[in-house]
Ligand binder design. Sequence first.
Ligand code: CA
Length: 421
Amino acid sequence: MKQDMFRAAVLAVIVPWGVQANTIAVETSLRPEARPAAKGAQVSEIRVSNVGFDQWIDGFRTRAQAEGISAPVLNAAFSGVLYNTDVIARDRNQSEFTRTIWEYLDRAASNERVLTGREALRANAELLGRIEERYDVPAEIVAAIWGMESAYGTFRGTENTVEALATLSFDGRRGAFFETQLIAALRILDNGDVSARGMTGSWAGAMGHTQFIPTSYQAHAVDFDADGRRDIWSDDPTDALASTAAYLADAGWVKGQPWGVEVRLPDGFDMELTGHGVKRTPADWAALGVRNVYGEPVPDHGTASVILPGGMRGAAFMVFKNFRVLARYNAADAYVIGVGHLADRIRGGPQVQADWPRDLRALRLAELSEMQERLTAAGFDTKGVDGRIGPNSIAAIRAFQRAKGLVPDGYASTDVLDRLR
Ligand code: CA
């Protein structure tokens, strides 16, 4: 549970997207494709004058100067910056729909993305090799994050980062988070890593080939080509890819350890042992009958959990510490499995071997909230109603399933919701 709290805390600090264990909100998944702004394309920004926004900027300037940001940097950064209603529209348009893990993986590790990834790996083999040598993070993992975050540099976002972050800070929904990001963005400009015009990214302030938010950049970005600037924005991905490896190394990447391994569980396996909260050695798991897809015990890569991201009828994965390292990028289980599986496929590994319960549909956010309300009312406390299925909700679903004599896999299915109604 401590680990789950850690992951939730990291999410709040690092990643401005939602977390769900079983499903993932559409807006949070496959982020590059969700953005229409291709490199070089015209963006349909709606930028307007706004008296309240201008007053907010005046107040912000005072706060920024108190934080040590100089007037010239502020002048350059806010030159031509207007209230961006397009950013607000995107922020408001958080999708009601979610994807199941299999729908997510179908796109995250599509054949096209695998093939493009192999090409990107070949084209940048020398660079990724040097990065792997320096940071001990596999080239395929770095390439997979590159693929997930910007389709290998194709969709890096063209919003003015200062304008996007200022608009979101002024708007107030999560204003404190975005103002912290805005201050960090100004420090990047102050440091001369990029010009104010060159600092572009997503509507939510994620920048460059691997979509760093400013505070992550400040903490982890590196000048790998040693030209004096940590440049994650230009067409040349050198610094961006090295920065991604540095980020994972800083988060504790374990050399030689997989993120996870697909496994098969024996008949009658105790579902109470699944989930991130239970950790055993691979030898302990082997003694319980857990095998890889070839029927062999999983080698000892360190302690591991067994997770069922699609419930008991879907694939099972034995996941190691590196799973949690990848979760520092985006805490959603689906994202981590997406990156890890895409990396495995780029390396030439097989598709997920188990069948998924494709007859099940993803619950909408409103249905997930309803499930949480009904569980809590029935005495299975989800500790909040937000439509996000995290550790507390999974524990409540398991308890409900146990009470009903069902297999306690903790999966938020339509069946569980129907039984609560
Ligand atoms: Ca550089």
